[in-house]
Design a protein around this ligand. Sequence first.
Ligand code: FPP
Ligand code: MG
Length: 299
Amino acid sequence: MEELEQVKSQIKEFIKVCNHQKSLELLDKLATGKMLRSKLILKIAGVNEESIKLCAIVEMIHAASLLHDDVIDEADTRRGQPSVNALYDNKTSIMFGDILYSRAFTELSLMDKRVAYTISNAVTLLSIGEMMDVDLTESFNTSYDLYLDMIYKKTASLIEASAKAAAILAGLDENKYALYGKNLGLAFQMVDDILDITQDSATLGKPAMHDYVEGKVTIPYLFLYERVEDKTKLASLYKKELSSEESAWIKEQMKITKALEDSILQAKEIGNEAISAVIDEKDSQTLVMIMKAMIEREF
Ligand code: FPP
Ligand code: MG
């Protein structure tokens, strides 16, 4: 997609300004993801100088958050490639995250005030969401509301802000697009949490069935815990490296209790709420397509 290439070269331009060779080198080491946030911004605001800048800013913030997250999660892979903390070390990952993040904020300060406010405020939510995520791994969480609040902050807030900021740039109804973005983001994280169970590590580009080992009680596990007969067994496997029998048992129980099926339904329902928010807007069909493509990433 031509416009996504424009976003990538904008990011490079923003980093070139630093006049620091190692930053450019590190930028090259980052594996590009789906660029969901950019696709969303460009669909809402169209392709123009300001929207490309906004995309670059948001992608840089997102990349910075993942550089920090991989240190926090002690992850060796990101998007199927070695993470920067694995290739270099934790310090480099944090420092390069800081460079990306602060360069993005400098550029953001030059944009429309409401856009700058919307995006910068979301980064605080993002950071709080990450802390909640880590804190929730301290002990077995059984609260769906806490999970929902955490994924809203950790993941949906920046997607919500991207859609809202794009609507501000385009002079559209920002509240409708914010609601679309928020629900898209919630559904997106739920799908991610489901894929952790249904996909193999080759497809995921990171270890499969790893959330529960890491202490993350995601939506399928929340539903499973409510319904499973042998709660003691499920609780005993929490934060443990799973044998293949134990993984198979969890997957089987997910099927029997319909925990997985109902998690998929819940993600779809939230996805439909996203669509309802913008259904009367012009070009709503492309927003529907973005939502569907995101939800239907093979369960
Ligand atoms: C990935 O979650 C992490 C996030 C979506 C947010 C991380 C946010 C921060 C580290 C705070 C913000 C920091 C800056 C510099 C802006 P995950 O671990 O569930 O997903 P994964 O499996 O892809 O790692
Ligand atoms: Mg992580």
